[in-house]
Design a protein around this ligand. Structure first.
Ligand SMILES: [Zn+2]
Length: 220
C-alpha cells in the first residue's frame, strides 16, 4: 500500500468542542488527536469506531496534516499564536496563516526492507498514529525502552522468522541491528518539522517558533 492516505473530514461542531474541553488535560494527547479526527469522519454524535481504526493507521505526519486541514476547514487558516520573544522577553500575540505551512510530503512506503548482515532481510512497517497513542499508554521511561517497544510492534519478518516479535525478542537484538532498523524507519518517515515565522508584536523582532500541531490544536 503506497497510495497517499487522505480522508474526508467534516468541520468541527459544538459536539466536538465539548469533547475537547472534557479531555484537554488528558496526558495522552495522541489519543485526543486521533479521536478528534475519527469523530470528524462520521456525522456528529455517530459511532466512530471504524473511523478510529482508519485514523490509527495513518502515520503521525499524515494525522497531523489532517488535523491542520480540520482546523482550516472549521475555523479558517488564520491563527493567533502566543509566542515568547527572545529579544524583549514579552509574550507576543502573533498572527499566522496555516496556509504557509509546508504540509506536502511524498507518500512514504508503508513497509521497509532492511538487509541485515548474517540474518538476511528484515521487514518492518512504519509506526503509525495508533502506535504513538499506545506507546504513550505504555508509560516507558527511557529511549532504549521505547525503541524496544517500537521494534517489537513494527517487525514483521526477520530473516526466516515471521512471528514472535515481542519485547523479549526486540530486547535481545544486537544494538547494531537495532540501530540499522531504527535508522531505516527514521529515514522513511516524512519530515514534518513545522515552523512559524512571525514578528514580535512588542518590539518587531522576527521570531521563528516551532509549530506543534497537537499543542496548537488543543490549546486554543
Ligand atoms: Zn519582542
Amino acid at each position: 500500500m503506497t497510495t497517499r492516505v487522505r480522508i474526508d473530514l467534516r468541520g468541527l461542531t459544538g459536539w466536538d468542542e465539548e469533547y475537547v474541553e472534557r479531555h484537554q488535560a488528558d496526558a495522552n494527547t495522541a489519543r485526543l488527536c486521533n479521536e478528534i479526527l475519527a469523530r470528524c469522519l462520521v456525522a456528529p454524535g455517530e459511532d466512530a469506531a471504524a473511523a478510529r481504526a482508519t485514523v490509527r493507521e495513518l502515520l503521525v505526519a499524515e494525522r497531523d496534516r489532517e488535523l491542520v486541514a480540520l482546523r482550516r476547514l472549521s475555523l479558517g487558516p488564520d491563527v493567533s499564536a502566543r509566542i515568547p520573544c527572545p529579544a524583549c522577553g514579552e509574550t507576543s500575540e502573533a498572527d499566522f496563516s496555516l496556509d504557509v505551512l509546508p504540509l506536502d510530503f511524498e507518500p512514504p512506503p508503508r513497509r521497509l526492507r532492511v538487509e541485515l548482515e548474517g540474518v538476511g532481510e528484515a521487514l518492518l512497517r512504519l509506526p503509525t498514529a495508533g502506535d504513538q497513542e499506545d506507546l504513550i499508554d505504555a508509560g516507558l521511561e527511557g529511549d532504549a525502552e521505547r525503541r524496544t517497544w517500537l521494534l517489537a510492534r513494527c517487525l514483521e519478518r526477520y530473516g526466516d522468522r515471521r512471528e514472535g516479535f515481542d519485547l523479549h525478542f526486540a530486547r535481545a537484538l544486537p544494538v547494531r541491528e537495532r540501530a540499522a532498523l531504527e535508522a531505516a524507519i527514521e529515514a522513511a518517515l516524512p519530515d514534518l518539522d513545522l515552523e512559524m515565522a512571525v514578528e514580535c508584536s512588542h518590539c518587531g523582532t522576527p521570531i521563528v517558533a516551532p509549530f506543534d500541531v497537537p499543542v496548537f490544536f488543543f490549546s486554543s
